[in-house]
Design a protein around this ligand. Structure first.
Ligand SMILES: Cc1cc2nc3c(=O)[nH]c(=O)nc-3n(C[C@H](O)[C@H](O)[C@H](O)COP(=O)(O)O)c2cc1C
Length: 199
């Protein structure tokens, strides 16, 4: 990334930084991102999810839509995500509207998960109180019996969300905390306005 002469389109820069993170960060989950949501009354919350798709339409992750994050995304339709690759002194921040991905896309990703994870998606009442590990194990056993000898379909409440690319910031660590920062804002016509920020 040339912070003095940033490219007009930030999407290939994101793709390059994701590829660099897979190749060089040494992190076990270089696609991990912090997902921040906000409740309708303005209370923020954050958690880690995994990036499972990225292109000019946005950043995709998968979850249970009946979870806390699902409730907040469904209510507000907005999110922020943050990637931090500490060994590379790099950070990307993305903010934008959130939309559900197509059923075909969610089905394809769900089908790629191992059977135990697909069973778990049916068993877990994500974000709701769970009495004990035994209650969780029992719920998994029940779902295993239910789908014995069959393919495990995608639960209707489990799907992907795509965070649109409206605001993107690239950050790279510099000496004496004089970091480089560039932000891109997408205009209504799809073009990008780019500005450098003080660290
Ligand atoms: C490395 C890592 C990756 C995770 N990936 C996901 C994910 O892709 N989807 C998901 O629903 N939860 C994922 N989780 C669990 C979430 O952080 C969180 O505990 C869960 O989704 C419930 O969040 P909520 O109660 O705020 O909805 C991951 C956790 C970690 C530590």
């Amino acid at each position: 990334m040339d912070f003095e002469h940033p490219p007009v389109d930030p999407v290939p820069v994101c793709e390059q930084w994701f590829a660099d993170a897979w190749e060089r960060s040494g992190l076990p989950n270089p696609n991990a991102m912090m997902l921040a949501t906000v409740s309708p009354d303005g209370l923020p919350s954050a958690r880690t999810v995994l990036l499972k798709g990225f292109d000019s339409r946005g950043a995709v992750f998968y979850t249970n839509s009946e979870s806390r994050k699902g409730d907040e995304l469904n209510a507000t339709g907005r999110a922020a995500v943050l990637f931090h690759w500490d060994p590379m002194e790099r950070q990307i921040r993305i903010e934008g509207k959130v939309a559900r991905v197509s059923d075909e896309e969610s089905d394809a990703y769900f089908a790629s998960r191992r059977r135990e994870s697909r069973i778990g998606a049916w068993a877990s009442l994500q974000s709701r109180p769970c009495a004990s590990r035994e209650e969780l194990d029992q719920a998994c056993r029940e779902q295993e019996q239910r789908f014995e000898g069959q393919d495990v379909p995608r639960p209707p409440h489990w799907f992907g969300y795509r965070v649109a690319l409206e605001h993107i910031e690239f950050w790279e660590g510099g000496d004496a905390r004089l970091h480089d920062r560039v932000v891109y804002d997408r205009d209504d016509d799809g073009t990008w306005t780019v500005r450098r920020l003080w660290p």
